[in-house]
Design a protein around this ligand. Structure first.
Ligand SMILES: NC(=O)C1=CN([C@@H]2O[C@H](COP(=O)(O)OP(=O)(O)OC[C@H]3O[C@@H](n4cnc5c(N)ncnc54)[C@H](O)[C@@H]3O)[C@@H](O)[C@H]2O)C=CC1
Ligand SMILES: O=CC(=O)O
Length: 317
């Protein structure tokens, strides 16, 4: 029997599905494995289910040895994985797209609403015990009806965010590497990057982290947004977190919301210091149903490769 490694506790019943086919080593904890433990545990494995915290690079692949055939990432993003290094060794990479789209789009809207309507500030005020009173000028936020929503990265999640905007009567614009007929037909307007920034009162960032997108949303881009704009990001590393904090502190942005940070679990102190920043601990796909589906899809991919089947969601090669 071949053996596999699962680097984190998964939804109930998911790891048990592997048992009839492979010998399983499971790190059944909510915290990631240390690097040393990960490198030791992956030795001799034919497959591994990883999370975004597990860096899969040449060192990892060397530690695994020549028998490794599949890295099944328990995420849609794969920026923790060196795809070229995997391809060079014939190691397949899969992810968990689609099954997390609705949950993540819903949570993007939770962030968008919390930021524009100052929910975090209000909640903290009540919990502080400080006196407060309803007043015509108290904690006023941004009204969404009629406000332009810009989406950077109109993929599965971006399009699901756009569909939800219909109920809020928001005009939607987007920028993507290519124009998308389906998005255009649904009423979204493709804009060049400069124009997207110049015309979005609320900007949602949903494009994957890559060499091309790292810190794409920096000081200069943030300055292009209209005064009082709101930025919502559910991806790590695309928005420069220091520049975002600076733009909030200067008053140029009225609010921001971030789920998924560049150096998790660290959250920059400069962002924590901004009362108008809504900060979430990477909760985008965190529903019972979605985490079950992500676990099942990761197992489907891993088992397909190890039993000679067709992995449903292969990323590379
Ligand atoms: N916060 C959370 O818990 C979660 C975050 N995510 C993040 O959402 C990202 C997107 O996921 P999906 O929508 O499923 O991916 P997707 O691949 O369907 O969509 C990404 C879109 O971004 C576009 N894109 C890529 N590079 C671009 C660039 N330079 N400029 C403009 N557009 C660009 C692509 O063409 C594509 O349309 C993931 O990579 C992940 O980082 C996903 C799930 C949960
Ligand atoms: O949580 C992020 C993802 O890529 O999945």
């Amino acid at each position: 029997m071949e053996s596999v490694l699962v680097t984190r506790r998964l939804a109930p019943g998911v790891v048990e599905r592997l048992a009839p086919y492979v010998e399983v080593t499971s790190h059944d904890e909510e915290r990631p494995m240390t690097r040393a433990a990960l490198l030791a545990a992956v030795r001799g494995k034919a497959g591994v289910i990883t999370t975004l915290d597990d860096v899969v690079d040449a060192e990892f692949l060397d530690a695994a040895g020549p028998g490794l055939r599949i890295v099944a990432n328990h995420a849609v993003g794969t920026h923790n994985i060196d795809h070229a290094a995997c391809a060079a060794r014939g190691v397949l990479v899969s992810n968990t797209p689609g099954v997390l789209t609705a949950a993540t789009a819903d949570f993007t809207w939770a962030l968008l609403l919390a930021a524009t309507r100052r929910l975090g500030e209000g909640e903290r005020l009540l919990r502080s015990g400080e006196p407060w009173a309803w007043a015509p000028t108290f904690l006023l936020g941004m009204e969404l009806t009629g406000t332009r929503l810009g989406i950077l990265g109109m993929g599965r999640i971006g399009q699901a965010v756009a569909r939800r905007a219909v109920g809020f009567e928001m005009p939607v614009a987007y920028h993507n590497r290519s124009r998308l007929p389906a998005a255009d037909e649904a009423g979204a307007e493709w804009l060049p990057l400069d124009e997207l920034f110049a015309r979005s009162q609320v900007l949602v960032v949903t494009c994957p982290l890559s060499a091309a997108t790292r810190h794409l949303v920096d000081r200069q881009r943030l300055a292009q947004l209209p005064a009082g704009a709101v930025v919502v990001s559910v991806v790590a590393g695309v928005v420069n977190e220091a520049d975002l904090a600076e733009s909030l502190a200067s008053g140029h942005l009225s609010a921001a919301a971030v789920d998924n940070f560049e150096r998790e679990p660290a959250v920059p102190a400069a962002l924590l210091a901004q009362p108008n920043a809504v900060l979430a601990p990477h909760l985008g796909s965190a529903t019972v149903k979605t985490r079950q589906a992500m676990g099942d899809l990761a197992v489907d991919n891993l088992l397909a490769v190890l039993t000679g089947g067709q992995p449903p969601t292969l990323v590379s090669p």
